[in-house]
Write a protein that binds this ligand. Structure first.
Ligand SMILES: Nc1nc2c(ncn2[C@@H]2O[C@H](COP(=O)(O)OP(=O)(O)OP(=O)(O)O)[C@@H](O)[C@H]2O)c(=O)[nH]1
Length: 446
């Protein structure tokens, strides 16, 4: 899926910025340009890209930052926060619940061919299978001759009750009748209303959406868009939003070659989140969508820098009895080393890190530490070159482990150790779970 490539490009831009020897206005501008290029290549609308860029620029004022501020982190956070705002407007959409009386009404809007009818059935089926709801379908598309038959066929295949008419030409009437029928029957808790996707004129279609929405008063209006429409997504979404209170977006055909970046534009236009993506023609091909995990999960993980390692050592050394934690870190303590020796080693590593520049501490590329820099650190800290190399190796190994951290359940035996670590530092390790799983993995290697 091409949208996921966007995540890779954004990550690349951020890591190049993080690896710059000195972070100045040019490095920030280069990073922002690279991010803009990646967004444009993913079909995100120019205006949205410009807004993202301007917003990050106004948040990050390098000149105004106090000395000693970690500029890389300030930029990293501003970028992640802005991208998150772009893809996730922060306003959760209405979610139908089991047993709700009267039944929730969810109305689908979108242009013909977007996959609306198919998605109505998928959505109803999803809520039945995953949330235990009892859905029903209403076909309020009276414009296209085959629309009701198509819904009927899909609904029958999925075993979901449906309502529609071959003769009635007023979509508002059919929609209201369908909603009333299912509400009165009292057998369902979710009514999905499919609407027209085409008219002789777009204005007539939008007016019809307004009337159906006014008459059925849906709890949620879902805008359905085909992933391949690219830049057109913004205008389409905006037009529907002006006629009906769109509260969520579903992007279909994400299984194809579409870039999918139009989704970001639809989110910007409707200020509503993407809730599902369609990944195929069949009824189960619908996936719940979480903006944070899709594009941003990787980006929100801050890099495990040497500075982070130094902070970890410092926190561990100030935590009192260390036995358990230190002994879990291979390389610090083993059969050959006692806990005391492990602590001494940590202190030596910290002394070496104290001799490093900010760029070296905040960089993520080991290439930065060339022979002459290693020699300089060794001289500055009064330690042998071999030991500096060992420390860098240890950091590399830990950074690799950090990048592979799975989400594991909190093991009780190390709770108190993790709780003793200050929150900002804990965040560096992906929060409680991140640090705990790191420690566990280290333990497993011992
Ligand atoms: N590959 C793929 N095809 C899809 C997906 N969703 C829908 N389709 C296909 O897209 C085509 C159009 O889907 P419809 O559901 O008929 O489109 P519509 O928007 O309801 O069209 P109207 O009813 O005319 O408004 C159909 O062939 C669907 O099978 C998807 O997620 N992936």
């Amino acid at each position: 899926m091409v949208l996921s490539q966007l995540s890779g490009s954004l990550k690349g831009a951020l890591s190049r910025m993080c690896n710059a020897t000195l972070v100045d206005q040019k490095v920030l501008d280069d990073c922002l340009n690279e991010i803009s290029r990646a967004l444009l290549q993913a079909d995100v609308r120019f205006e949205t890209v410009r807004r993202v860029q301007a917003s990050i620029k106004s948040t990050v004022n390098l000149q105004a930052l106090a000395d000693g501020t970690n500029k890389r982190r300030v930029i990293h956070r501003a970028v992640v926060a802005e991208l998150r705002r772009t893809l996730d407007p922060g306003k959760p959409s209405f979610a139908p619940t089991k047993g709700r009386k009267p039944a929730s009404v969810v109305m689908f809007v979108g242009l013909q061919g977007s996959g609306k009818t198919t998605t109505c059935v998928k959505y109803a089926d999803y809520h039945r299978r995953h949330k235990g709801l009892s859905p029903a379908l209403v076909c309020a598309d009276t414009f296209r001759a085959g629309a009701f038959d198509q819904l009927k066929q899909n609904a029958t295949k999925a075993g979901i009750p449906f309502y529609g008419s071959h003769t009635e030409s007023d979509p508002v009437k059919v929609a209201v009748e369908g909603v009333d029928r299912f509400r009165n029957e009292d057998a369902c808790d979710l009514i999905v209303v499919d609407t027209s996707g085409r008219h002789r004129q777009e204005a007539a279609l939008l007016e019809e959406m307004r009337q159906v929405a006014d008459a059925t008063r849906p709890d949620l209006v879902v805008f359905v868009m085909d992933a391949s429409i690219g830049q057109a997504a913004f205008q389409q979404a905006q037009a529907f939003r002006q006629s009906a209170p769109v509260g969520a977006v579903i992007v279909t055909k994400m299984d194809g070659h579409a870039k999918g970046g139009g989704a970001l534009s639809a989110v910007a236009a409707t200020k509503s989140p993407v809730i599902f993506i369609g990944t195929g023609e069949h009824i189960p091909d619908l996936e719940a969508f979480d903006a944070k995990s899709f594009i941003l999960e990787e980006l929100t993980k801050e890099n495990f820098t040497l500075r982070a390692l130094r902070k970890l050592f410092r926190a561990m050394l100030s935590m009192g009895p260390l036995g358990q934690l230190v002994s879990m870190i291979p390389g610090l303590i083993s059969d050959r080393f006692s806990e005391k020796e492990g602590q001494a080693k940590m202190k030596r590593y910290m002394t070496m890190m104290d001799s490093m520049t900010d760029a070296e501490l905040d960089g993520t590329s080991t290439k930065l530490m060339n022979k002459s820099r290693i020699n300089r650190v060794a001289r500055g800290s009064g330690r042998p070159v071999r030991e500096v190399v060992d420390m860098l190796e240890e950091h590399k190994r830990m950074a690799k482990m950090m990048s592979k951290l799975p989400n594991v359940k909190r093991p009780n035996d190390i709770n108190h150790l993790v709780n003793a670590i200050p929150q900002p530092l804990l965040n560096q390790f992906g929060g409680n779970f991140g640090l705990q799983s790191l420690i566990r993995q280290m333990g497993a290697q011992n």
